[in-house]
Design a protein around this ligand. Sequence first.
Ligand SMILES: Cc1cc2nc3c(=O)[nH]c(=O)nc-3n(C[C@H](O)[C@H](O)[C@H](O)COP(=O)(O)O)c2cc1C
Length: 273
Amino acid sequence: MNELLLNRGLETMETLSLIYYSPTKTTQKIVREIGQNMGFKLISENNIAENRTESMAKITNNCLTIIGMPVYAGRLPITAVETLKKVQSNQSPAVIVVVYGNRDYDDSLLELKEIASNCGFKIIAGAAFIGEHSYSTNEKPIAKNRPDKQDLEKCRDFAGMITEKMKDINSPSELNIPGNHPYKAHKQFPATAHPETDNDRCNQCGVCVDSCPTNAITIQETVITNGELCTLCCACVKYCPDEARTLDNSIVNTIRDNLFLNCSMRKEPKYFV
Ligand SMILES: Cc1cc2nc3c(=O)[nH]c(=O)nc-3n(C[C@H](O)[C@H](O)[C@H](O)COP(=O)(O)O)c2cc1C
């Protein structure tokens, strides 16, 4: 039955499922743009960064899934992987997408391919797109405002490639995804490295609390950040309406300076179909 459905390709696919982790919403923008250009009437969305406690669904056979993840130090974010591993599929097709901040995506797309395959997905295509770097500031812009118009056009091109591929997804072509084993080691930051709040600007509106995917922020008399839980995703910095949150830590400042100096040349999305 499963074989049959797969053999018949796109016309049997009733739903498109978007599963992504996207604290600062660049991955969300890219995955949505790809998904919205594939002609599906039904699109379900699961932002792991928002629905972290929800138990992840079993993906049915008549569903195409796009899985999107940001790149953290050449890998996938650990907290997102923990949730993604709970998704189960019975060889339904999936497209994997990583989004990186114009440095490199290293082993992340290979890692995503292997995790998604272990969940039971049949990976039919992959891509690496570029999003504004989480550490980008107005003074030190890194891939500022990406994905931009050109990137979104490439999302639509990629959507077309997937649609073509779906016509013949049982052809025995193995996707050649770049990356190495063992994967790059995860980068550890000290618990003292986390965004801080300027209490003179802060109105305690709670946007930072709601935007944090790891529940690292609480408001007591002031805004308190738990450095053990903070993944430095910078969602609280980007979404603070009062610009009261900043990540001004010496380790991150050095990384930001290096990125600004060495990664300012525009990189373009890559597809693996
Ligand atoms: C902890 C951390 C590590 C990162 N490591 C990389 C990296 O290795 N290479 C890169 O190009 N961008 C890196 N980035 C930038 C993100 O991949 C990029 O900003 C992405 O667009 C964020 O996705 P989101 O907007 O969906 O949260 C890193 C960001 C964070 C927060």
